[in-house]
Design a protein around this ligand. Structure first.
Ligand code: MLT
Length: 408
């Protein structure tokens, strides 16, 4: 008799972005003439930077020559990239991270989903509400989430840190007497609300995790969008973070690698629990699961750390930031409350006329042929909100907002 992973049956439905895609395709089937603009999933639209394309071509030529061909690479990534990461992403912020603390992967989602394999089944997990669904869904599969309740739009065993307008969309530290989570997922700049946390506030979370022996899983995928002065660019700017935090980064949004796939995870050597070293455990896990990211793509990522590459990807970020500004200004003009968008590519808007998030999704798709992401898909506190992304083209973004202005 077969036994399957019964945790699959605990999902109430499909993966959020797959659902959005399905609904869009269904609409398109019924309305083949519709000119749909997507400001939904955070997929980039600018082509790769010339320095990146150059590096890809050079590395491809190396792979075509017997003298320079490379097969399996190091599990955790090539030294050239890990060193560039340590210098440019961390030393530049006065943070000392060593190359053997950096694990290059095929995009941050793989590790955001896989990182929980380091931990036992009975650990309590805390997530922000709303949150990037991968943190919850991967813990559902691992059997840590408990039972889903439709009324509460959440799982019995997950600790939801409600992020609302009243608390500035920032998670509040559990009070004395409340359950102490062993694993705490934080994402800043935040997906989906687009808000950023100050260094002082992040330090409070690090202090909490350090004192309670929790581990923070810090997703910094959108770090390149930060413009606020007091914003931490890595959690390791906080004291003691190396003893209680893992950080995940992505090249998807930083350099338009959503199609190339590359990211990395930092696990400091200081991070130990129950006498075990998490850096060594992750290395052991890589041996089982992974043969390293493609050489060609790692060379492409290295190119963004060169002066030309750096300037080119900065320009891309500025392009998306301009879109986000357009969205914020236009929504304001419509009298709609909107948040985020300053340090992140996402704008978190209140749905008009008390529509639920999915009602507004259907309304906007039908009346304006514009796609966004329903806030309730990110958690119960997201109900009544809607996420728009700045990753569209300038023209599409303007057109989408003009269409919205006409119907709202
Ligand atoms: C998003 O839209 O939240 C992201 O693009 C999804 C992802 O990175 O997996």
């Amino acid at each position: 008799m077969y036994e399957l992973n019964e945790n699959f049956s605990k999902f109430p439905g499909g993966y959020l972005f797959a659902l959005v895609r399905e609904k869009t395709l269904e609409y398109k089937r019924k309305n083949p003439q519709a000119d749909i603009i997507s400001l939904g999933v955070g997929d980039v639209t600018r082509p790769l930077a010339p320095a990146v394309v150059d590096a890809l071509q050079k590395a491809t030529a190396e792979q075509a020559d017997a003298k320079t061909f490379r097969g399996y690479g190091p599990y955790a990534g090539y030294e050239f990239l890990r060193e560039a990461i340590c210098e440019k992403d961390f030393a530049s912020r006065n943070v000392k991270i060593k190359p053997d603390e950096v694990f290059v992967n095929d995009g941050a989602k793989s590790d955001a989903g896989g990182i929980s394999e380091l931990f036992g089944k009975n650990n309590a997990v805390a997530v922000c509400d709303p949150t990037y669904p991968v943190y919850v869904d991967s813990n559902v599969l691992a059997g840590r989430a408990g039972i889903y309740s439709k009324e509460q739009n959440g799982y019995s065993d997950i600790v939801y840190l409600s992020c609302t307008k009243e608390n500035g969309f920032l998670p509040q530290i559990p009070q004395e007497g409340q359950k102490v989570p062993s694993l705490i997922y934080l994402c800043f700049p935040n997906n989906p609300t687009g808000v950023m946390i100050s260094k002082a506030k992040l330090q409070e979370w690090v202090d909490y995790a350090y004192e309670n022996k929790s581990v923070i899983l810090y997703d910094a995928a959108y770090v390149s969008f930060i413009e606020s002065d007091d914003a931490p660019h890595t959690i390791y700017e906080c004291d003691h973070a190396k003893e209680c935090a893992i950080e995940m980064r992505s090249y998807s949004k930083t350099a338009g690698f959503t199609g190339l796939r590359l990211g990395y995870t930092v696990i400091p050597k200081e991070l130990e629990r129950n006498g075990l070293n998490l850096n060594e455990m992750w290395m052991r896990r890589l041996g089982v699961r992974y043969n390293g990211a493609p050489y060609i793509i790692q060379r492409a990522a290295e190119a963004i750390y060169t002066p030309e590459g750096e300037a080119q990807v900065k320009e891309q970020i500025q392009y998306y930031k301009q879109n986000t500004k357009t969205i914020l200004t236009k929504l304001k003009g419509m009298g709609i409350e909107a948040f985020g968008g300053k340090d992140a590519p996402y704008v978190w808007m209140k749905t008009p006329n008390h529509m639920t998030s999915w009602e507004f999704f259907d309304f906007l798709l039908d009346k304006a042929n514009v796609i966004g992401t329903p806030g309730s898909g990110f958690g119960s506190s997201g109900e009544g909100y809607f996420r728009l992304t700045g990753f569209g083209t300038k023209e599409q973004t303007l057109e989408a907002l003009n269409r919205m202005t006409k119907i709202l």
